[in-house]
Design a protein around this ligand. Structure first.
Ligand code: TRP
Length: 333
């Protein structure tokens, strides 16, 4: 039955420490997905160097992220867990797809426009062709779905366009995948500025997975809410973005429905609510932090994981790459 499961591919860049937004957004749902789908998850280190990185820090974050994925429930026996740069087929197919991706369509990508505005001194070609490498990441594994956040939907769209363009010339080489947007807890906002997504670049509003309980508690106690005093714990993301975000976090961390949370805090103020959310998050993250630390102390084990992952990924990726090379007319070695 194994090969009748639908296939899913996703990557996270090891560009920063994983935080609660990553966890309650995509990551939280990955363990359920590995039961239902054949999953490929990778650390997108090739994408990360489109922005300058400190080499030692990048290496450390890649390793930590691998340990965190496992600690979050991604059993390496039940899914394929690997490091993108360990599977050369990504860059190989990336190049081919560069030649089937138009300058105009890359220029219109919002992420390129944003990132080049933010890194005006380093608008490199990799930043520009990022979407065709991402298309390669995906298409190599012939997936049915790509679980991504809202901000990555445009990248899945262009991947579909590239796949259809290529298939239009050479026949059905690639499966054309669908974006898969997780339903619950998908968008966690910053604690200090609830108008924007939780982000490592605003550390005071961001809770990291490896953070100490007392630091987590402090951030929650300082979370921005509003000046409502009459029954203030109500879910209303437009009028009350701060509290609604806290309700969303509490719901995701405990599995309680919104209505139950509102009832639990009926008539109570933020002074009562915020520390309870903080504690729920501390308890939700504790086993992950402890397991990550345990795994990081066992580098030999992690090494077996990334090696086996690369081998399994490569086996599948190479099948697609060989097909593509043949279609475009490369002489077989
Ligand atoms: N671009 C994604 C991000 O920044 C990371 C990524 C790279 C990815 N390759 C991918 C996600 C392939 C899904 C599928 O979040």
């Amino acid at each position: 039955m194994e090969n009748q499961k639908k296939v899913m591919v996703s990557g996270i860049q090891p560009s920063g420490d994983l935080h609660l937004g990553n966890y309650l957004g995509p990551l939280h749902h990955w363990p359920e997905m590995i039961a239902e789908f054949d999953c490929y998850f990778f650390m997108a280190d090739l994408h990360t160097i489109t922005v300058r990185q400190d080499p030692a820090a990048l290496r450390k974050r890649t390793l930590t992220q691998l340990a965190q994925y496992i600690a979050c429930g991604l059993d390496p026996e039940k899914c394929v867990l690997f490091v993108q740069s360990h599977v050369p087929a990504h860059t190989q197919l990336g190049w081919v797809l560069d030649c089937y991706t138009m300058f105009g369509e890359l220029s219109r990508m919002t992420q390129f426009k944003d990132k080049s505005a933010r890194n005006a001194d380093n608008i490199n070609a990799g930043l520009f062709t990022y979407p065709s490498l991402m298309a390669a990441d995906i298409l190599l594994y012939q997936p049915d779905f790509v679980p991504v956040g809202e901000d990555q939907k445009q990248h899945v769209e262009i991947c579909r366009d590239i796949a259809e363009r290529f298939n239009g010339v050479y026949g059905d080489v690639f499966k054309v995948p669908q974006p898969y947007i997780a339903k619950v807890g998908a968008r966690i906002m910053g604690l200090s500025a609830p108008e924007s997504k939780m982000s490592k670049s605003v550390p005071e509003g961001c809770v990291f997975l490896m953070e100490k309980p007392e630091d987590i508690m402090r951030k929650f106690k300082r979370a921005v809410t509003d000046s409502d005093t009459e029954n203030p714990v109500r879910y209303d993301p437009k009028a009350k973005p701060g509290v609604s975000n806290l309700i969303q976090i509490y719901a995701a961390a405990t599995g309680k429905p919104f209505a139950e949370i509102e009832a639990e805090f009926a008539g109570k103020g933020y002074g009562a609510f915020k520390p309870v959310v903080g504690e729920a998050v501390v308890e939700c993250l504790r086993p992950i932090r402890e397991e990550t630390e345990r795994l990081l102390a066992d580098k030999a084990y992690l090494e077996t994981v990334w090696r086996a992952g690369a081998e399994r990924a490569e086996y599948v990726a190479m099948k697609t790459l060989r097909k593509v090379y043949k279609k475009v007319g490369f002489l077989a070695r």
